[in-house]
Write a protein that binds this ligand. Sequence first.
Ligand code: HEM
Length: 491
Amino acid sequence: MFSVSMTSTPRRNLFPAVQHLKPLATFWRSQKTQGAPLERNESYGDSAKTDVEGGGRVRPFEDIPGPKKNFRSIVEFYRKTKGLRRFYKMNQSLFAEHGPIFKNNILGQTMVHITDPDDFEKVFRAEGKFPRRPPVDIWVEHRKRRNYFPGIILLDGEEWHRIRQSIAPKMMRPKIVEENIENFNAVAEDAIARFVKLKEACGPDDHIPDLEGELSRFSTESIGTVAFDTRLGLYEDPPKQEALKFIEMVQAYFELTMKLALSIPSNMVRPYMDTPAMKKFLKAADDILDIGQGFVDNKMRELKEIAEKGIDPSGPTQVVSLLTYLLSKDKLTPEEVNGMAIDVIFAGVDTTSNSLLWLIYHLGRLPHIQEKLYQEVVKVLGKDGDVTSKSLGKLSYLKACLKESMRLCPVLVSNGRILDQDIVLSGYNIPAQTVIAIELYCAARSEKYFKDPLEFRPERWLRENKDEIHAFSNLSFGFGTRMCLGRRVQN
Ligand code: HEM
């Protein structure tokens, strides 16, 4: 059905944690689908090193293996990352060469990469009350220049905790799906109608021309209803200009984040030079905040009118939107509420559309799985039934397919943490403040943690088989108090 595959170019990355002088410290890298076969002959280095932990001896940080620094290795690095675009391929090959833990030093920044779920667990359990991910410096730069609220993605410590506490009770409770399902169904109906039209236009033997862009449109409109409590208008005919500008600016924002992260000047010169790319980035970032603020201001006017009529919009029995909830809590300023809504868009749009794209790819390749899934959907919903939060709970094969797709092709190929204390990982001492890259992609493709890792096998996630899998081997949504805020919306 769809000719897409595993060789993945990071495109609009979901907050790649690109740091100053650390262009390669890219976590959260989203994968773009491209036409090429799965690489079945790769070795994943499971037996390359033995973990000495448990034997009592803790080895010093300096002993952690990693690539040598010489001209040949730099050329090799460039080649393996396909011109710096596929860092996870590089990490996979370092994993094969050096084993479950390795370190890499790029432009003076040393990072430790871990691939063993036992180590993932240790890191997540040691992260404390205020978990820290490496920041995306260029995003921080924009918010600083604009003197704007940094947002939940970039904040750390007590401030992050305050913001997280103000939104998590709403976003993380199971009812969030029920509260949004009508909006989601309405967007899904519009999207399906558009897909049908596009398919008719291209004929039975051809593909929908820009499926990726179409899924972006779908996820932006869907997540937009959560973030701004309004339809953005991407499915109107013609689409709303403001909505088109919004989606265009969000795309530019991610693309330029990547471009700037990989450009030497922006990584070597502080403060950031106002190169043409930087100016474009700042303009896109400003436009996004301004359009978002427009939605928030509209909602505030609406709430003021409701309040004048004497109704409490955040009353416990009311089904309230996220925006209404945040605005009526009085704990956040309107700027913080807008920053929060924008973060929901940044964090939710690309992750959702890329995950969907991969799922479609797998289902397209494997008609028997597609058929099994179809049968489940028809059984639970009937041929034309709307999805409800109850029916979602019964779609266990759908959930397994999604989970399997996200295992094999995680949108965020690595997560990251910085700990405030030393930790021993795979037998080596890791000093506090070291950037630790949690290599989800490497673990997911390792025979040590998954039987036949390259096979798309949703059955491995069904209840009867689940016990065989390490609980920390597949953390597509992260873990702990800093885990994905949209997790409940996703499954
Ligand atoms: C398939 C889709 C998605 C995937 C794979 C995904 C994955 C992730 C991951 C791995 C993290 C980092 C967690 C950690 O550091 O432990 C994260 C954070 C976050 N996600 Fe998602 N996400 C998805 C969709 C969404 C959606 C739809 C929303 C909003 C409705 C969202 C909002 C957020 C936010 C706000 C954060 C930052 C949380 C914080 O720093 O406190 N995500 N996501």
